[in-house]
Design a protein around this ligand. Sequence first.
Ligand SMILES: *Cc1c(COP(=O)(O)O)cnc(C)c1O
Length: 358
Amino acid sequence: MGKKHIFYAGPSLLPQPVYEEAAGAIRDFAGTSVSVLSTSHRTSLWSDMMDETRSLWRELLGIPQEYEVLFTAGGASMEFLRVPMNLLEHKAGYLDTGVWAGNALREAAGIGNAFAVASSADRRYSYIPHGFEIPADLDYLHITTNNTVFGTEIRTDPDCPVPLVADMSSDMLTRPVDVSKYILIYGGAQKNVGTAGVNFVIVRRDVLGHVSRHIPTLLDYRLYIDALSMPNTPPVFPIFVMNRTLHWIKSNGGVAEMNRRNVLKAQALYDEIERNSLFRATADPRDRSIMNVHFDMAPGRENLLEEFVSFAEGADIVGIRGHRISGGLRASLYNACTLEDVEALTECMRTFEFKHKR
Ligand SMILES: *Cc1c(COP(=O)(O)O)cnc(C)c1O
């Protein structure tokens, strides 16, 4: 079996040492001769694992003291519900930049007064709205920093006149983040931070406890603070995988180095898309994502899409088909993806162009 170049949007590629450490811990967790899958979360060994994972988060992002790092379950989609439950009293604004942003808004609108402050739906979410008005009386503004499906990204932490909440599911730990610009940041782990089954939530303590509704137990962030993210059995294996992924990021130079590598990888792929007569990039250049590169066949060459996907599979390139909603092509260049993987894809695009020269 040849080495596969994996470009899935999620669950996605993880660093090779993480697979090995995860496999090892299934057989023997930290020299105990007991599998990590069979170790009680009430052991000191496990609470040390939780503590260390929280410290790694703090260290990698420089998280200020007044913030808590929480681990929850239910996927990022569950935070779409927890966020308004905990923070929405009067009204909340959402920036509608794609599929996930829209889902987050729909969930909040079921809880209270939530609406879109701006949207890029008019051009199939191919850009990020700029210069829109933000009502001064919002409880919070919700943004989705990386639009995983259509491939746009907000790559700088905005100065926002109202409290800011961000879904960073698909670009967390891929660049330095100024946490102090946000009151709450969340995401699922399965893009850059580990595997499916656990979410990260970074929240400023003083923003909680100000809503008048009853919050069901497992939706209340205060319970996760009090119980050190173990109000019930935590997703132990996904947390272990997250721990090893954070270690890998740290030993590879941290988030600044991740950013440097990610920019280079994305540049190499966008350059080839622009050079190659068979392809076109779909997002506005100033807003395009360095995580999920969205592209399509050039006008007049649409009929080559299926052939290209099979041709790429023949070159051990997997996962480049676009999301079922967006169509086209998408290559996800998360932290664990290497420049070598990207070069395998660009070379395949060049060969395909040569084959279809006319
Ligand atoms: C993948 C993704 C989600 C959804 O995550 P689930 O864990 O499947 O609920 C939400 N937001 C963004 C930005 C994503 O990329």
